[in-house]
Design a protein around this ligand. Structure first.
Ligand code: HEC
Length: 528
């Protein structure tokens, strides 16, 4: 393979030739075409972008920066600050370095020769004596940026305060997404800056009042700060947020739209797009069911009427995802209610919870949903359990990180319709649990990404399963090998204590589970 970081390679070719190669491939080599001849072509723009990206591989940006300074001092007087040949000392007709059609035909090598030898007859001086070889390459690399900006954006600086001042500006517009509704007046919008990392961290906020036309503006932001921004507001008691945006030194301005909606307590537009049900056997006599709902709202008003979730009568030890907003869920006789508002759109709400059921070599489970369900997947690990159900049919084996999970599916279901299945057999310890070495669990950032990625996404079975695994404390025990291990274990122990104190566990189960967790914790501590 050619070494694309070797400057000699980039200097000898021309952008036009590289474009040719990317477009048509190279006959007789493994280099495929990416132009119209490809089954999955790149656009013309994308191919040019690639060509100039290739130049960055052999040209460090500080080299271009040095070249820029040399150009300002030695060349701009004739060639102009902008490279078009508009300098005050131009002796006659000048080349235009911003002309991509002309520049794409020239190699860095050719430009270097001209700078070295000059064209004295035409008024272009020789720089062989004035500039050493390195400086001549630097200035020539800078010339290229007139016709195509191939300097990589300056790197963002971690830990820099985004609100300490700078040229960064975020402008935007609040719109009301409910048909026929008026623009909210006098509302406050807040810009939140956060830093990504092993843990997403909020860095700071700024607030402003929206203009009467719905527009807002946040200025004096430092584009060098390594943060992402989201604009939020509260309208009719519901919080709304924009997409995340980032600023950079080369693009210090950003624009966002923040859509708010009127509210309704009528559930007609609520759908469960996907219902994923996970079955886990933490012990041979205990079944833990996890349920992940992807909830959509097909209307144009935010639903604030609460979702009713019935649970099996025998369900105990109901748990919600850690970090869930306090007071979001209320237990009822039937199950629980979720008071989180459901914004208009697909998959705008995600609901993840689990509960335990006693299991003795078999169990019939019936689930009922009060909203239309588009599709339901029951995911059962390969632990020797059989599932019988008239509605669920034959399973599809899904390979999942070195284990197999059986997917039983059905749908659509009408509101109130029941799904039931019978699980039979004695579960053997899951192979996945033993094979912890080869498995990986999504880390907090990935989990965050998955979680955020859900918005507007029809969630696939594999992604759903990863989320479940990322949450399920039992599985976490064997899988986590990162620094947070001990923390996760300590939290799991605290959870268990809570559950026991609340009378959700019998003493024998509590003691057994606790001693397993403590053993695991000791092992982890010794491993360090
Ligand atoms: C005194 C004015 C002057 C200065 C200073 C000058 N140039 Fe030029 N340059 C010219 C003229 C005039 C031409 C056009 C020559 C021609 O028509 O062939 C030219 C042509 C060129 C070309 C050839 C472009 C092509 O068509 O292939 C390159 C490359 C170039 N200059 C680079 C530089 C660089 C780099 C510097 C600074 C280190 C520089 N020049 C400084 C006047 C100048």
């Amino acid at each position: 393979m050619p070494d694309l970081t070797d400057p000699a390679l980039a200097r000898a070719t021309t952008p036009a030739r590289w474009f040719e190669t990317i477009t048509n491939g190279r006959q007789g080599t493994a280099m495929p075409p990416f132009g119209p001849a490809s089954s999955n072509p790149l656009s013309e723009q994308e191919r040019w972008d690639l060509v100039f990206y290739l130049y960055t591989l052999s040209t460090p940006s500080d080299q271009i920066e040095t070249g820029r300074r040399i150009y300002q001092g030695r060349c701009a007087a004739c060639h102009g600050d902008d490279g078009t040949g508009s300098g005050p000392a131009a002796p006659g007709p000048m080349p235009d370095f911003t002309d991509l059609a002309m520049m794409a035909q020239k190699s860095q090598q050719e430009l270097f020769e001209t700078v070295t030898q000059g064209r004295p007859a035409k008024g272009m001086p020789s720089f062989a004596d004035e500039l050493d070889e390195e400086a001549r390459w630097q200035v020539v690399d800078y010339l290229r940026t007139f016709s195509y900006d191939y300097t990589p954006p300056a790197l963002a600086v971690p830990g820099k305060d985004p609100f300490a001042g700078g040229p960064g500006v975020i402008t935007g517009q609040v719109v009301n997404g409910t048909t026929g509704a008026v623009l909210p007046q006098g509302i406050t919008v807040t810009l939140i800056a956060f830093e990504a990392g092993p843990q997403v961290k909020m860095v700071g906020t700024l607030s402003t009042t929206v203009q009467s036309d719905g527009s807002f503006r946040f200025a004096d932001l430092d584009p060098e700060a390594q943060v992402a921004y989201v604009v939020t507001t509260e309208y009719r008691g519901v919080n709304y947020g924009s997409d995340a945006i980032q600023l950079s030194v080369s693009k210090p301005e950003g624009e966002v739209t923040l859509t708010v909606y009127e509210t309704t307590d009528q559930a007609d537009a609520i759908r469960f797009d996907r219902v994923h049900i996970f079955a886990d056997f933490p012990a041979s006599d205990r079944l833990r069911i996890g349920e992940l709902y992807i909830v959509s709202n097909a209307g144009d008003r935010t639903y604030v009427g609460s979702l009713q979730i019935p649970l099996p009568d025998e369900a105990t030890n109901l748990r919600f995802e850690r970090g869930t907003m306090a007071g979001r869920f209320t237990e009822t006789d039937e199950g629980f209610i979720d008071t989180a508002p459901v914004l208009p759109g697909e998959g705008t709400t995600e609901l993840l919870f689990s509960y335990a059921l006693a299991y003795r070599d078999g169990l019939v489970i019936t689930r009922r949903f009060l909203y239309p369900v588009n599709s339901l997947n029951l995911l059962v690990p390969d632990v020797g359990i059989t599932v019988e159900s008239e509605q669920l049919g034959e399973p599809t084996p899904v390979p999942m990180q070195g284990e197999v999970v059986y997917n039983y599916s059905t749908g659509p279901l009408t509101p109130g319709q029941e799904v039931s299945w019978k699980m039979k057999g004695k579960p053997r310890p899951s192979t996945a649990t033993a094979a912890g070495e080869t498995s990986r669990r999504p880390g907090p950032t990935e989990r965050q990404a998955l979680g955020l990625g859900l918005i507007g996404l029809a969630l696939g079975v594999v992604a759903a399963y990863l989320i479940w695994q990322g949450w399920s404390p039992r599985r976490a025990l064997v899988r986590v090998r990162v620094a947070s291990d001990r923390q996760a274990l300590l939290e799991a122990i605290a959870d268990l204590d809570d559950a026991y104190e609340a009378g959700e566990l019998d003493e024998a189960t509590y003691r057994r589970e606790r001693s397993e967790l403590v053993e695991e914790l000791i092992e982890r501590m010794q491993a360090r």
